[in-house]
Design a protein around this ligand. Sequence first.
Ligand code: HEM
Length: 247
Amino acid sequence: MSSLFQFLRSTVFTKIVMAVTGLMIVGFLVGHLLGNLLMFSGPEKINAYALGLKNLGPLLWLVRLAMISALGLHVWSSIELANRNREARPISYQEKKSLKSTFASRTMMYSGLAILFFVIYHLLHYTFGIIQPQTYFDNSYTLLSGEVVHNVYNMVIAGFQNPFIALSYMFAIIFVSAHVSHSVSSAFRTLGIHNPKYLALTAKIGPALAAIFLIGYLSIPIAVLSGIIKPVCDNTEACATMKDCCK
Ligand code: HEM
């Protein structure tokens, strides 16, 4: 019993918590990207997808609960490990830069903090409609099935037509990619993949996912800003800005 308690308090356990929760968040980011890319298929597809998610009901809440717990535990483990590091090494090394360390690996704490602030801002924006209430609440779409739903398509476009909002998302996406680039491979190492045969493969997964996130997520604000994706109001013709057609 006491050895289980010791293990739960150990640095190894904290690192495992960080790795598992980090991989769960990366899994969410893959799914979220696939859903968001429906922006390129027009309002019918993404609005029907958003409705489909909403109709999952308790299952959606289960996933949300798992993700909130994962995020909370991920933040806790990062603070815990940073504190233990500091305690183990009270006098910080002057400009110690390991030959193998990269910019992404040296700035994990900062990129993590920036992502945490972004997630809060992002939830206030698109989930709670507090940042741009006019495009959140007064914005509906009639699906081909006749069902009237929340127009997620136009809401995202209204967000990114504001260059400051688009830019803030683009910075956040760069931070997310930098964080993922370093962390995924080290998560696999923490979880015990030391076999050189697999190490070479897992070392590439982080940078590959980071590149996919960078290109995939950035493509949406860029497509809105450049007019490739245009707002569509309740099955009418596409129009240049929301004010032109969404009255
Ligand atoms: C181009 C980039 C992105 C777009 C267009 C986008 C779009 C959205 C939208 C529309 C929602 C609200 C869904 C709804 O309530 O119907 C949402 C929720 C969310 N997004 Fe994003 N997102 C982007 C990037 C990100 C990134 C990089 C992260 C994480 C670092 C993220 C994390 C979340 C989370 C945690 C939620 C809440 C999910 C839920 O309510 O179940 N998003 N996003």
